[in-house]
Unconditional design. Sequence first.
Length: 413
Amino acid sequence: MKEEILSNLNNPGQLERLYRADKSSFKRAFNAITPQISNNTLINYWNERLNFTREEISWGSSKDLVFVTIASLVAGLIAKLPVFLNIDEEFFYSRNIGFIVFPALYAYFGWKNKLSAPKIAFIAGSTLLAVLYINFLPDNKTSDTLRLACIHLILFLWSILGFAFVGELYNKEDRRLGFLKYNGDLVVMAVLIGIAGGIMTGITIGLFNLIGFNIGKIYFDYFGIFALSALPIAATWLTRTNPQLVGKVSPVIAKIFSPLVLVMLVIYLIAMAYSGKDPYNDREFLLIFNALLVGVMAIIFFSVAERSRAKSQTEIWILLLLSMATIVVNGIALSAILFRISEWGITPNRAAVLGSNVLILINLLLVTVQLFKVLTKKTNLITVGNAIAAYLPVYFIWTVIVTFLFPLIFGFK
């Protein structure tokens, strides 16, 4: 995209066509080359056009509002199916929590991205297959493969959402990186709405208690569950129609938390050496250790997605050191898994964690190499984002294996 923009700097019509063909890729590429060019009226115009920040809140079109309202109601009705159909709640929610959230988001991005009929059919078919599969697995509450399938099904559905967002399977690194940024923005917006909703809930229940009405159970059973079901689609709608709402917050969060997490991680590793605790013999500690690994990796990926235009060497150094520290954490976790397998044999849980750790280690090594190249001026930060984006399909394949094949491989144990 950068080459096409540079070769058409004197062709406003072609620039407009490039922009309309892929707005996010155009903006990312344009912002990367802008510092290289000065005293160009057309470049200055495009810079203002692409980076102008609206101060007012946009509520989108009336069609947007109607769509989000209907999608929110449908999500809430799906969440209430155990009541309507007299289904065991533990059975339903453990297997179907993802189908409350993701179909509304599929529909939103399918509509906004004007996906073709075959692509919509792929999304709908994959979702239907997942619904039938997970609900027909044997109801064995002690089954490790069932728990793994339920957990990884969420990641499978998240991957399908990535396809709905990107719109293509191949050669869309910019859009994939945009998907990661969207997830970060979604978390920020959802937390803010959740805090506001929690305050309103407390005030409402408290006011009714003052006049002798205990509405807590009714409130949560109906309004609460509909509000929680609507939260992802409402937060998505707000972030997509008002990118300026979190456009300034997310980079600040990434900038603050990256060095703090680095310091915490280093201190934690030192403290672990003196604590007597280790992931080799303590299963619960190993699970927490792996959760730490995934959380820190997510912060790295989110920081890269937010800093594709960053020029600060200090920030890049922090990301590099954080990646290296996370590799150390991954190495400890991986060695602990191999130790446990050699001592007590292979199980579905150990196989799943082993595979996940290997994939994460490879991804972290690729990111670390690219960050080092950025520091040595051999490449720019965009290639780091591309290394992350290009690797996302590998995680999708792994979720498919764990969700759909592990129960068969391990005999539903």
